[in-house]
Design a protein around this ligand. Structure first.
Ligand SMILES: C[S@@+](CC[C@H](N)C(=O)[O-])C[C@H]1O[C@@H](n2cnc3c(N)ncnc32)[C@H](O)[C@@H]1O
Length: 384
């Protein structure tokens, strides 16, 4: 294998716990996409990496030693990821969270007996068969689906496709999350079929819902929060702009024998404005919008959007009401998110308590030296 030589600054990034080396820190690179040995400026071996010749992120550290990265190696890394998730009270969760599980650019989500996989770098793409075989041998799933339709693949010069790699995978998979069951859509749902990162926050929302009260799930998707809220609230309004997601939401309500959720298609910004005009009040509100900031330059505009929906939600809270509010924009970091909430609270004219700061579930581990592993932040706040 042709080695890739990196600068001292590139080598230093690995030494300090970050697995990426950028194009600007590569000195000599004549290797094709795939697994490569990496050398420092003095020609010393420093590790094996996934190599993406067309990407800004040129190298992703896979193995620090010269041990062969073979089928046994992959099975071992997968077994470690599986062991980290023992005890999760759900049948749908993330099994491999890429860099955070020392498996850069690889996502594996479990939906009951089925696995949904995303290969997100050109280097990893060359190892597709080995990866799929190792997952198959270790997990023995009913099927493995490759959801390689993620936009980030374009930056790697890769195509976009959804392909069945092993066995069979149903269009809808029934999964359980705590005491709630729901249908995930691995083939054509958003992300890999469900938003698994909010799992513990949904359980919490269910516990926080005011018994007999009125709840609002804004940006509801297929109602994952609404289903938990509906166990305690008298009524839940679930609002989303996607008719397909809402249709599955209604099926999910039926699956749980819940008749107290109203599914409403619409724009959440407009709906929140209308609630303010009509002086509508809710005891429990969830705000789980899509990532408003897809890149750094979009942060200022995103913060204006977050401010608007949070201000309106704060105003729509009944006295003593609770708001669980989230942002999944990687570029909006926790301090900026809390500053935005502070501004919205000041503008709301109400006394707003910060009760809890939340993050992503433990199946989406966050590594301190790899900020990119952490993107979801949320807070529970309460009106006086
Ligand atoms: C992060 S997801 C919500 C996930 C959901 N809360 C869950 O736990 O499964 C964001 C959702 O917002 C919806 N959405 C995007 N823009 C919207 C808008 N302007 N108004 C209402 N819904 C919107 C998307 O269809 C998507 O379902």
């Amino acid at each position: 294998m042709t080695p890739v030589r990196v600068t001292a600054r590139g080598a230093e990034r690995w030494a300090r716990g970050h697995p990426w080396i950028y194009r600007s820190d590569v000195q000599e690179d004549r290797a094709p996409a795939g697994l490569v040995p990496v050398h420092d400026p003095r020609g010393r071996f420093i590790g094996q990496a996934l190599h993406s010749p067309a990407s800004e992120i040129r190298l992703r550290l896979l193995e620090r030693s010269e041990r062969p990265v073979d089928a046994a190696w992959w099975r071992e890394r997968f077994a470690a990821a599986v062991a980290r998730r023992v005890g999760i009270d759900a049948t749908a969760y993330r099994l491999v969270h890429a860099e955070a599980d020392a498996l850069p650019s690889l996502i594996v989500d479990r939906y009951d007996r089925w696995l949904v996989v995303q290969l997100l770098s050109a280097g990893l793409e060359t190892m597709r068969d080995t990866v799929v075989d190792a997952l198959d041998e270790l997990c023995r799933p009913g099927g493995i689906l490759l959801r390689n339709d993620a936009a980030v693949r374009r930056r790697e010069g890769l195509d976009q496709a959804v392909t069945l790699a092993r066995g069979e995978v149903p269009r809808a998979v029934e999964v359980r999350e705590g005491g709630v069951r729901y249908l995930a859509a691995p083939w054509d749902g958003q992300k890999t079929g469900a938003f698994l990162d909010q799992r513990p926050n949904r359980l919490l929302a269910g516990a926080l819902a005011r018994p007999g009260g009125r709840a609002l799930d804004c940006f509801a998707y297929h109602g994952s929060f609404a289903l938990h809220l509906a166990g305690r609230a008298a009524t839940v309004l679930a609002l989303d702009s996607s008719p397909e997601a809402l249709e599955r939401g209604a099926a999910n309500a039926a699956l749980n024998g819940l008749g107290n959720i109203e599914w409403r298609e619409g724009d959440a910004f407009e709906a929140l404005r209308a609630f303010a005009r009509q002086r509508e009040r809710f005891d429990t509100i969830v705000l789980d919008p899509p990532a408003f900031a897809k890149h750094r330059a979009a942060v200022a505009g995103a913060l204006r959007g977050y401010h608007e929906i949070n201000l309106r939600a704060m105003r729509a809270l009944a006295p003593g009401g609770t708001l669980l509010t989230a942002s999944c924009s990687f570029h909006v970091r926790l301090p900026e998110f809390l500053a935005m909430l502070t501004e919205a609270a000041a503008d709301s004219g109400r006394r707003i308590y910060l009760r809890q700061i939340l993050g992503q579930g433990e199946d989406h581990p966050e590594v301190l030296t790899i900020p990119e592993t952490s993107y979801l932040k949320a807070a529970v706040i309460q009106a006086e």
